[in-house]
Design a protein around this ligand. Structure first.
Ligand SMILES: [Zn+2]
Length: 231
């Protein structure tokens, strides 16, 4: 750790620069001191730093600790450096593909039922938080919520998806895609298998298509029909 008047730097690993140690500029630093109550002696120090690589400019969150009792006060006794490369802002977040303009009808009532939207949002949040197993389960829960909202409550999820197709709410290819998505949730929750981000992304695309078909497109068609009929 070097420290001069102009800037603080820290020497840690940069995964973006060929997995080598690089100097990183400290953009923000928070030092937490844990004291030995009631005596007030500092027992340990935790450093939390938001840093920028001076090679590739990637952003990271770095933590380290220092034990003042074990180290010579004239030496830099920082240790246990942990580098988190996935700092917020460096990860492309998956946004909801359904535009906020489409979430409400002309009279302001939500087009997508609250239960469906809640499951969908939580799935997205889990994916963006890197919790992929739970986001796979969330995809399954979103489909279940859609079926429940449509009054399709009998049988297994597979039978419910078939019923969506029977009621012409899904085309056969869409139902086939949805069956794939069902396997994704099953494997994740029953076999404790973590799906890839791409598998979740594919599943999200199917679920978003389903929400569009069932809740948004009919309202858009109605709006156009009303315009055409001049009402
Ligand atoms: Zn770098």
């Amino acid at each position: 750790m070097s420290d001069n008047k102009t800037e603080k730097t820290i020497w840690v690993m940069c995964a973006s620069c060929g997995h080598n140690h690089r100097n990183h500029r400290v953009l923000h630093e928070k030092v937490k001191r844990y004291t030995d109550e009631p005596y007030g002696a500092v027992m340990s120090i935790e450093y939390h730093r938001f840093v920028e690589c001076m090679g590739c400019e990637s952003l990271k969150y770095v933590t380290s600790t220092q034990d003042p009792l074990e180290h010579d006060p004239y030496e830099d006794g920082e240790r246990d450096f942990k580098v988190y490369s996935d700092a917020p802002g460096t990860v492309a977040r998956r946004a909801a593909s359904i535009s906020s303009d489409d979430l409400c009808g002309d009279d302001g009532t939500p087009l997508i039922p609250k239960t469906v939207w809640k499951m969908y949002k939580e799935t997205l949040d889990a994916l963006n938080g890197g919790i992929r197993t739970l986001s796979a389960g969330g995809l399954r829960a979103t489909v279940e919520a859609i079926c429940l909202n449509l009054g399709i409550t009998n049988g297994t999820l597979q039978q419910k998806i078939d019923e969506l197709a029977t009621q012409n709410l899904l085309t056969t290819p869409q139902a086939a895609l949805l069956h794939e998505e069902r396997y994704l949730g099953n494997a994740a929750l029953h076999e404790l298998e973590t799906p890839s981000s791409q598998a979740i992304e594919d599943g999200l695309g199917i679920v978003e298509g389903l929400m569009n078909t069932i809740y948004i497109l009919p309202k858009k068609a109605e709006r156009l029909r009303n315009l055409r009929q001049g009402s």
